[in-house]
Design a protein around this ligand. Structure first.
Ligand SMILES: Cc1cc2nc3c(=O)[nH]c(=O)nc-3n(C[C@H](O)[C@H](O)[C@H](O)COP(=O)(O)OP(=O)(O)OC[C@H]3O[C@@H](n4cnc5c(N)ncnc54)[C@H](O)[C@@H]3O)c2cc1C
Length: 334
């Protein structure tokens, strides 16, 4: 195990994560390689009366900490698949693509989300709304076993699902009323076997699909798409459905859970804004239970107050249909 103090070469790289706007500044970093290392780091924190923080990829940093001990788990990437029990034992630093790759030869998939480079433990502990979430539910509900040392998870055993391939992909459209109208009617009638979302990125509207059965795409075929990748694909290519960013950057993100996706909410997310906002509306329901939609707003972090004000203007319109917030998808201080 390596340790890093602020004056050490490699300290900034070790504390840095995917989120560059909110980063920890610990007094010491323990880059752990196994559960024994975690035990040593925990003991060091207790002996020196220091706070303890854990980081894997840094995708989900909400509150930063100055001082204290930071445990980084990125070197613990072991994954062991048990095809008979349809489970995987996943070490603390493993990313979704490690599990997807290990499970694929057995015709099994995990409940991973849009980005294959997100950490399994951080995602699964907080909830985990995956590509196939409406069929199988939250990832946290399929954690079979937790190995931990004083609250620091060293490994999880998670369930895997027999899915040989998925019918999915994305359609990219110009922002037209009929795309949003079709999304509303599609999600009103979609079976639980399909999980769909709609996103606004600049002047383009992305509709993403992931399903374990073939979809009848007739209602979408009448709208001219800029790009259409929908079809059967191996789950190992599921990262192509969202094409989430892979380069570290600063971002702020918040969300609300909605009982309905009304014309008022859609007008608010489509209204021009002085702040660049990526909108992501996920169809919930099915095995996720109520509510029916999740509205996420994510912005590259420039002036934090302007970003928050722009997001709050949209969330204010959505308030009559707001029934909660998905804490796992908050980026930066809430
Ligand atoms: C581009 C992008 C796409 C995403 N897509 C989805 C999605 O489709 N569905 C979804 O549900 N979420 C999604 N998320 C959210 C993501 O699941 C959360 O941000 C998650 O917490 C990230 O976990 P991490 O380990 O990668 O990140 P980290 O920031 O390293 O960890 C997140 C949290 O988990 C804690 N943690 C990490 N490891 C341990 C451990 N071993 N023991 C104890 N605590 C630990 C950390 O202290 C931190 O509080 C996405 C996030 C991004 C940035």
């Amino acid at each position: 195990m390596e340790t890093y103090f602020p004056s050490d070469h490699g300290y900034d790289e070790q504390r840095g994560g995917f989120q560059t706007a909110f980063q920890h500044r610990p007094a010491v970093i323990f880059a752990v390689e196994d559960a024994d290392d975690v035990r040593k780091a925990v003991r060091y924190a207790a002996d020196h009366d220091l706070d303890l923080t854990v980081q894997n990829t840094g995708h989900g940093t909400q509150h930063t900490r100055d001082g204290g001990v930071l445990i980084t788990t990125g070197r613990m990437t072991g994954v062991r698949v048990d095809p008979g029990r349809r489970t995987a034992r996943v070490e603390a630093g493993a990313l979704w693509h490690h599990v997807i790759t290990a499970a694929a030869p057995h015709g099994l998939v995990p409940l991973s989300g849009s980005a294959p480079d997100v950490g399994v433990v951080g995602y699964s502990l907080r909830g985990g709304i995956g590509l196939l979430a409406r069929e199988f539910g939250y990832a946290r509900d399929h954690v079979r076993d937790v190995e931990s040392v004083d609250g620091v998870v060293t490994a999880l055993e998670i369930a895997l699902f027999p899915v040989a391939r998925i019918f999915g992909g994305h359609l990219i459209f110009d922002a037209a009323d009929e795309v949003f109208d079709t999304f509303r009617s599609w999600t009103a009638h979609a079976p639980d076997t399909v999980t769909t979302s709609i996103g606004i990125v600049g002047d383009a509207v992305h509709v993403r699909f992931a399903s374990t059965v073939e979809l009848d795409m007739a209602v979408w075929c009448g709208i001219a798409a800029r790009e259409d990748t929908v079809g059967w694909m191996p789950y190992t290519e599921s990262g192509d459905i969202y094409r989430d960013p892979t380069t570290p950057h600063g971002y702020y993100g918040d969300n609300v859970l909605l009982s309905d996706l009304t014309p008022e909410v859609l007008a608010a997310v489509r209204a021009p804004s002085d702040v660049f906002i990526i909108v992501d509306i996920r169809h919930m329901g099915g095995a996720l239970g109520e509510p029916r939609y999740l509205l996420r707003l994510i912005s590259p972090l420039g002036d934090k107050d302007s970003v928050r004000a722009a997001h709050d203007r949209i969330f204010a319109v959505a308030r009559p249909w707001t029934v909660g917030c998905e804490e796992s998808l908050v980026y930066g201080p809430h």
